[in-house]
Design a protein around this ligand. Structure first.
Ligand code: ATP
Ligand code: MG
Length: 407
């Protein structure tokens, strides 16, 4: 038997009900905040991710699904920010009045070791906001994430924030961090050893227990805890915190939060759950003011986030299947199918028997799957009437078909 590939899975009934709910809530909330949906291709030029996500990230180094076609290198998208930025530039969205506010959802692909909360094909929902450098944009996207989670009934998640400063702030910080790490460098994992020169900040994000342990030393923690960001970056960060407090969004500052991607500056954040084991991050995001320019566009500040929908779903209770409105009980299949079509046109859910089963069997089915049985017996058909039986209470009434369909 041919089976799903490792790290991929089918989303089937009843789990699909939760996914439809997540997607409906996302559409409703992002539309109400005037974000437009965007759908970018599943595959893009490999170079987009190499440049847009960063050559020193795990994603680009180890996790991409890359293949050649017609001498082009193609990659299945491992995330959607790079694709959205490409589209922003390619479609001249910088000419639109700011802010340009976009949201997306869909599958992403990363070649990772599959485990709970970590798949090779997984799904993200995310938002990106272009054109606003002010802290209110950071706070607007964070509060949208919180509002979306609340709409799904998730109220007790923790928001962690940090500021990575600008590139000048980071140069100083990287130097200090390297000096503190150097004495224990040979105890860190091979990945961190190569990160040390290429992108030392990423060492702070390592999940290998030995690395976590080494980083907890007072010498290194002192550097991590130091106030290295410049005055302007600091003003921005303070304003973000002030606005979050004003909006009653509880947060913790986690000075070790750096995020896995290269493109962030200033604000970074994660939303975590205590109910997810070690893959506990549901949402990650931040400001990426340099990315549009780096990918060849007219410079535009930007901020956004992405949420893992599998991890989100594992926090949600399983939705129950809803009953349909009407099951049509009739010996006359043509009349039954016509009635079903009329009801469906009126926005009702309706089904009928396809197999010519006996009345009694049809009633049984109605009792299982429908709120009402709509009976079209010989008399009803002759008189242009319908009998409607409430399957919960047993109450039954007769109506003129025309009046019934008018509502
Ligand atoms: P992690 O540290 O867990 O690997 P990340 O930093 O790689 O996360 P991002 O690239 O920021 O994650 O993606 C945002 C969100 O997408 C994550 O918080 C997580 O919920 C989800 N996510 C990322 N990778 C996977 C995966 N392989 N399987 C399922 N969900 C994922
Ligand atoms: Mg990852």
């Amino acid at each position: 038997m041919i089976k799903t590939q490792k790290g991929t899975r089918d989303i089937i009934f009843p789990e699909i009900l939760n996914w439809q709910d997540m997607e409906e809530k996302a559409l409703k909330i992002f539309r109400s905040a005037n974000f437009e949906e965007i759908r970018t291709p599943i595959f893009e030029a490999t170079e987009l991710f190499a440049r847009g996500v960063g050559e020193t990230t795990d994603i680009v180094n180890k996790e991409m699904y890359t293949f050649e076609k017609s001498e082009r290198s193609i990659t299945l998208r491992p995330e959607n920010t790079a694709g959205v930025v490409r589209s922003f530039i390619e479609n001249g969205m910088h000419k639109k009045p700011v802010p340009v506010k976009l949201w997306y959802h869909g599958p992403m692909f990363r070649y990772e070791r599959p485990q709970a909360g970590r798949q090779r094909q997984f799904h993200q929902v995310g938002v990106e906001m272009f054109g606003i450098k002010e802290p209110m944009a950071d706070v607007e996207v964070i509060s949208l994430a919180v509002q979306f989670l609340k709409s799904l009934g998730l109220n007790d998640l923790e928001v962690e924030i940090n500021s990575l400063g600008c590139s000048e702030c980071r140069t100083k910080f990287k130097q200090a961090l390297k000096a503190a790490i150097k004495p224990v460098l040979n105890k860190l994992c091979p990945d961190c050893q190569s990160r040390f020169e290429k992108n030392p900040l990423r060492i702070l994000d390592c999940k290998v227990p030995e690395c976590i342990n080494e980083l907890s030393s007072p010498e290194i923690q002192k550097v991590i805890g130091s106030d290295f960001i410049c005055e302007e970056c600091s003003t921005h960060f303070n304003k973000v915190k002030e606005l979050l407090t004003a909006l009653d969004i509880k947060y913790n500052v986690n000075k070790q939060l750096v995020r896995g991607l290269d493109y962030y500056n200033r604000t970074v954040f994660e939303i975590k759950s205590n109910n997810l084991g070690s893959q506990n991050a549901v949402c990650g995001g931040g400001r990426y003011d340099g990315l549009v320019e780096m990918l060849g566009g007219v410079p535009a500040p930007a901020v956004g986030w992405a949420m893992g929908m599998e991890r989100l779903n594992s926090l949600l209770p399983q939705k129950e299947a809803r009953k349909i409105d009407y099951y049509i009980v009739s010996d006359n299949q043509i009349e039954a199918v016509k009635m079903a079509q009329k009801l469906r046109e009126n926005g009702k859910t309706a089904e009928f028997d396809y197999q010519g089963k006996k009345f009694g069997k049809q009633f049984e089915k109605a009792g299982k799957i429908a709120n009402y049985a709509l009976i079209l017996g010989e008399d009803e058909i002759k008189n242009g009437e319908v009998s409607v039986k409430n399957m919960e209470t047993g109450e039954q009434n007769k109506y003129k078909t025309e009046e019934f369909l008018r509502g």
